[in-house]
Design a protein around this ligand. Structure first.
Ligand code: GLU
Length: 285
């Protein structure tokens, strides 16, 4: 059975772009008799706001998008991330790094999907691991995993190219996880067979596919949908003044009618659906 998910981070209120993403994931599951899961990605302590979670659930109900089972919370799964981190360390694939963002920007000679590519400064160095971040030695990991492929329903089969990110952080200095590690483990734990998300995360799937191979996790199919963008082509974002779903809900707007409009690709003036934004830098960790 197909299982999709919507996995918002409670770093700010949901907006129309989230409503579109949730509708796509919900409809892909329901249209094929499958299951739709909701996961709250709340491990970013500095930015995560727990009071937003109730708003998210109210937004989903208002949109008429019902999910199956319990809501999953990443904050409840830190032990499983730490255990996977230990496993990768025992395989000799992680190394500690204390470089600052500024040092990396200064030393980088290439730009990847998330910005400056970490140039491997601490690889092979004797760095004090206490309080350090842990990076994946991508070359060693690829040598171990071999050639990998993954399939996006829309874009077709891809040859995994995790090296475009450089040695990504898998364990942050403040957290026994990072986005890449947590999301990969969670999609496996939640039985997600069709990873449905925006095309801004297309490239991230190269890393996730590698992690699946290293950690013996099942390999899903992906569906990276287009993003709602403003007239200047930039992704919708709260800071740029798009009304939030909570604002719309509280003003008495009909949420189910909004979902229907999104399904029909009827968007508010100045907003359109952009396909193929595969490399917009987005994640900060
Ligand atoms: N938590 C991420 C977000 O808020 C989505 C991660 C994913 O779908 O892989 O956009």
């Amino acid at each position: 059975m197909i299982v999709t998910r919507f996995a918002p981070s409670p770093n700010g209120p949901l907006h129309l772009g989230h409503a579109y993403a949730a509708t796509v994931a919900h409809d892909l599951a329901r249209g094929r008799g499958g299951s739709f899961r909701l996961r709250i990605e709340d491990i970013d302590g500095a930015r995560s706001r727990s009071e937003l979670v109730d708003e998210f659930l109210a937004d989903m109900r208002w949109l008429g998008l019902d999910w199956d089972g319990e809501v999953a919370f990443q904050s409840a799964r830190l032990e499983s991330y730490a255990a996977a981190g230990e496993r990768l360390k025992a395989m000799g694939l992680l190394y500690p790094c204390r470089c600052t963002r500024a040092e990396i920007a200064e030393a980088a000679t290439a730009t990847g999907p998330d910005g400056p590519v970490y140039p491997g400064t601490c690889r092979g160095r004797n760095v004090d691991p206490d309080g350090a971040a842990w990076r994946l030695d991508v070359a060693a990991a690829v040598a171990l995993a071999g050639v990998l492929e993954w399939t996006d329903e829309l874009a077709g089969t891809q040859c995994a190219a995790p090296e475009i990110f450089g040695d990504v952080v898998l364990l942050r200095k403040d957290l026994p996880a990072s986005y890449h590690l947590a999301v990969t483990l969670d999609d496996a734990a939640d039985g997600i067979s069709l990873v449905t998300r925006g095309s801004d995360l297309f490239a991230a799937s190269h890393i996730h596919r590698l992690l699946q191979a290293l950690l013996d996790l099942p390999v899903p199919v992906w569906h990276h949908h287009g993003l709602l963008v403003e007239a200047d082509g930039r992704k919708l974002a709260k800071r740029r003044g798009s009304p939030t779903l909570a604002d719309r809900r509280q003003s008495g707007e009909d949420g189910k009618a909004l979902t229907e409009a999104l399904r029909a690709h009827r968007f508010p003036a100045g907003i359109s659906l952009a396909e193929g934004l595969h490399s917009e830098p987005w994640h900060t960790y």
